[in-house]
Write a protein that binds this ligand. Structure first.
Ligand code: NAP
Length: 350
């Protein structure tokens, strides 16, 4: 059987595309990704980056309040284990993703918990290969594979991954090695602010290492950080090396001044969190779609989700190095489903 529409990715773009495609009776299948150690380390587990965050305060429709009763009636019990602890806050990232997944399922979306590792775009219908080795064909494809967090690329950073080095405070911050110890966060954007604030729940002090003398982050998030007495900022500094060994893990970082390169300082820390931006998850496309200089999939027609290969559409962060918000990803997911639906109709594929 050839699928009419295959959606690759399980963030807000993928689920919104699925909701629209399912309601158009296109019987979409979503490849939500595989649960494995490689994806955990890369930050590409199912449900995407939002599943690695805490409260989502800016997704319209979810003002602050107690979501418990609503979640009780909208999500299967078995899914509640992924939920962040809840109180009188707005929706959390993992909750929002489970809600979208459930909504897609309610309209008949089929879900496969596996990665797509290859697409043969040279023939129609396209042929897709999964990590498990299955092959199948699909008339239309929506790429909604998202993006993942970057690391600095230092050998010491790589050596100490999972031993104090992380790119996800929300996933790892509560580990015993960080409790009541100093930790560092590298970066000056919203991610760095969010991670630093979150880590103050556990760490004795959080040092933000930033290469300039002002943050890139939004004003509100920067102010929250600057008024938090458990956070200290090391301005104009880059990380030379993550200190520590395989036995004890991270013991600190050596930072160097960007103003006077002869000045270094060793900052003691049991944790090192990279928050320096993202890379789109496009490896499996193997260069078959046109991308921009940063590797993000390019939309070839303004205001349309068309890619350089007809019948393949892109939505969400995999095609967005600028807005990168849950709501924009959801919006482009909707656009991709409508574009795919119209394209399939034009091909006479029902
Ligand atoms: P970002 O805005 O691109 O910021 C990356 C930060 O890392 C910048 O401060 C950058 O420094 C620094 N950096 C990059 N490469 C570096 C290197 N090699 N060495 C040292 N520092 C380096 O990325 P982001 O913080 O992940 O945010 C991405 C998007 O997601 C943004 O649109 C953001 O608003 C959004 N976001 C929103 C929320 C929220 O609203 N709750 C939370 C997280 C993210 P420079 O400033 O010097 O370039």
């Amino acid at each position: 059987m050839t699928e009419r529409i295959t959606i690759i990715g399980s963030g807000p773009a993928g689920w919104t595309a699925a909701i629209y495609a399912a309601r158009a009776e296109l019987k979409p299948v979503v490849y939500e990704g595989a649960f494995n150690e490689e994806n955990r380390q890369k930050g590409t587990l199912p449900l995407g980056q939002l599943s690695l965050t805490t409260e989502v305060e800016n997704f319209p429709g979810f003002p602050s309040g107690d979501m418990t009763g609503y979640l009780d009636t909208s999500i299967e019990d078995s899914k509640r284990r992924y939920m962040a602890p809840h109180g009188k806050h707005g929706v959390s990232g993992p909750e929002l993703m489970e809600l979208m997944r459930q909504q897609a399922m309610n309209f008949g979306t089929r879900i496969v918990t596996d990665d797509i590792v290859d697409i043969d775009m040279s023939k129609r219908p396209f042929e897709l290969t999964t990590l498990s080795g299955d092959k199948f064909t699909s008339h239309a494809i929506i790429i909604a594979a998202g993006a993942r967090a970057n690391y600095l690329g230092l050998p010491s950073e790589d050596r100490l991954k999972n031993m104090g080095v992380s790119a996800c405070a929300v996933c790892d911050g509560a580990l015993p090695r960080f409790r009541n110890h100093p930790v560092v966060v590298v970066g000056g954007g919203d991610s760095a602010m969010e991670e630093a604030n979150f880590l103050t729940k556990f760490a004795s002090v959080v040092y933000i290492i930033h290469r300039r003398d002002s943050f890139r982050a939004s004003k509100i998030m920067a102010e929250r950080v600057l008024s938090n007495h458990k956070i200290q900022v090391k301005w104009n500094s880059t990380v030379d090396e993550v200190l520590g060994d395989e036995k004890t893990g991270v013991t600190g970082v050596r930072i160097r001044s960007t103003v006077d390169a002869s000045k270094t300082e060793d900052v003691p820390a049991t944790g090192y969190f990279a928050a320096i931006g993202h890379t789109p998850n496009t490896d499996f496309l193997k260069g078959q779609l046109t991308t921009n200089a940063k590797g993000y999939v390019v939309w070839t027609t303004p205001q349309r989700t068309y890619t350089s290969v007809e019948g393949i559409f892109a939505a969400g962060d995999v095609a967005d190095d600028y807005y990168r918000q849950a709501i924009t990803a959801a919006g482009t997911g909707c656009m991709a489903a409508l574009d795919a639906e119209r394209w399939l109709a034009a091909q006479g594929i029902e």
